[in-house]
Ligand binder design. Sequence first.
Ligand code: S3P
Length: 683
Amino acid sequence: MDRGEGLTIRVPGDKSITQRALILGALADGESRIGAVPRGGDPLATARAVAALGVEVRGLDGAGTEPVTIRGPGLRRWTQPAGALDLCNSGTGTRLLSGALAAQPLAVVLRGDASLSQRPMERIAAPLRRMGASVDYLGRPGVLPMRIGGGVLTSIRHDGEVASAQVKSAVLLAGIGAGVPVEVREPHRSRDHSERMLEAMGAEVAEGWRGDAWSVRLADPPARLEPLDMDIPGDFSSAIFFIAWAALATGQRPVTIRSVGLNPTRTGLLPVLARMGVDVEVLPRGAPGGEPVGDLRVVGKGAGLQAVEVGGDEVPGLIDEVPIVAVLAARADGVTRIAGAAELRVKESDRLAALAVNLRRMGVAVEEFPDGLEIRGTGKPLSGRVECFHDHRIAMAFGVLGASPGCDLAIDDPGVADVSFPGFWELLARVERHSVGAAPHPGQIPAAPPGADRCIVVAVDGSAGSGKSTTAAAVARRLGFRHLDSGALYRAVTLALLQSERGCEDVEEVTPAELDALRIGLDWHDGTMHVRIRGTLVPDEALREPRVTSLVSRVSAVPLVRDHLLELQRSAAAGPGLVAEGRDMGTVIFPSAEVKVHLDAEIRERARRRLLQRGRRQPAAEEVDAEAARLELRDQRDSTRAIAPLTQAEGAATVDTTELDPPGQTEVIVQLVLPFLTSVEYN
Ligand code: S3P
């Protein structure tokens, strides 16, 4: 596979997770911090509703990068709002809030926009009524506006007819709020964000198959919920538009989408894409806050898109992705069949109808069934006007098709994308602009295209024996960043000089021309740095030769040598991120690094580590003392030397590694970097 890095983008935070965090944060006991909250229409509507219920929500009006804080008053402490709560277009906000409201001794009216006011509410009203809440429709039966009267509830088991995370969550929230056990059974497993978040807040949720049904049980609701402290991962359902774009484009650079939520109940599209011939690489990056996160990298399709069959159990895991499957199917070879997707008829629009109408209008052969579609792919030029039916995913799916070769589509209501993805059209235009041009050479990561994304720089320095080399390399591996080891560069200069006729004599007198002649260069393979001398790759062992080791600190103290390597080091900041390790990384080379870390440890621990590094198995106390004394001298020299003294960069976080093993050190730094990875930078 082509390892070229190509384009790197981010998408807004996950709308499902955000709305749960806002509602559950408002039920918690104490202040929750939620980073990378997307400012789309749906999350904003839910946040405003929560605020109208007397809960203090701060940080939503800023530029969008600062975390949102919610001062949770406890489980049943919401207050009567002045008027109706307007949830605008948000089905998730409406249904989840209804569940939570059922347990509050209030009477609250919920309403929404024209699209939300068509969507079925009886699916949540029925179980909530059975628990003891009153739900009254104020207009047409079964739809908004409706009034929820809450209070004391009783325990239930709810057997849902359809797999719906919103219904499941509404019942769980009612159970949590009222302190009564609840169980929800569903025919297929739906997304489990509520379960994960409740667990993170101290509730125990039991899940598993019971016969043919997926059961989720809250047997012993806790008396209080712990506040949340989390960053919202990128929305998989938004990321897929750019995966689809890359799959439809020809000859484009690979696209990497950073820090996307990879909860397995959401990623059902990936195996379908694989069957269609789209190669998506998943690079996991851990599970902060209980939700798996990682990067998605799509290189493009192999021989061309293949038609697929999608149905049954697979549908809940890609319920929001059916529009994009349909759009890809229009360009695939053969007939794609989507079945078991009747739920699509009650989303923000009747999505099966919206897809069929629009595809047919542009000349694609489509058959519509009550629960699915058959779409015959075509290579013909596609053109026409797309009707969005007030549905963000219809707008964006056709937006992606319109941006693909041979298509010329006009979207009637592009603004509707703001519900989940403000900035979508600008990002699509930018991705298109930057996609032109040949793929990079394998093994070389080209500089990030201007403005497409910034490379996050993590500058790591620290005292000798603090653990910085191992840790910097491990952090880079964990984050998928490059690792710049400045020590290796100074060693390369030393070795190159030794190999040259000039040698290392009077290195303080070295001239720029002599340094130029060494032709020190860098190559990158999967984030690992390799040094070239006069065009030839240098093996690591050569850089570690004793003659190099004994001279390198003298060479690295020559100002001209440091100047000579400055630009080369800065050029390493390309691709998604760089962990730059060395004494002047945070001060001279990358003074505006996003994260600066200074590693330190108690001197005897540093001494012990250095002895271990040199192969001593169990150094005796006296040996450690002697090494500590040597280190103390070295520290003094390091911090007072005239050229590149070891000083802590301004704004650097000191990490005391005395009690931390290498994985622990890595974790601390990764946690410092995460807020930058999940910050919303898509516009
Ligand atoms: C959602 C659940 C799904 C999904 C919607 C978000 C959620 O709806 O389509 O976009 O956040 O729980 P259903 O629960 O109605 O299937």
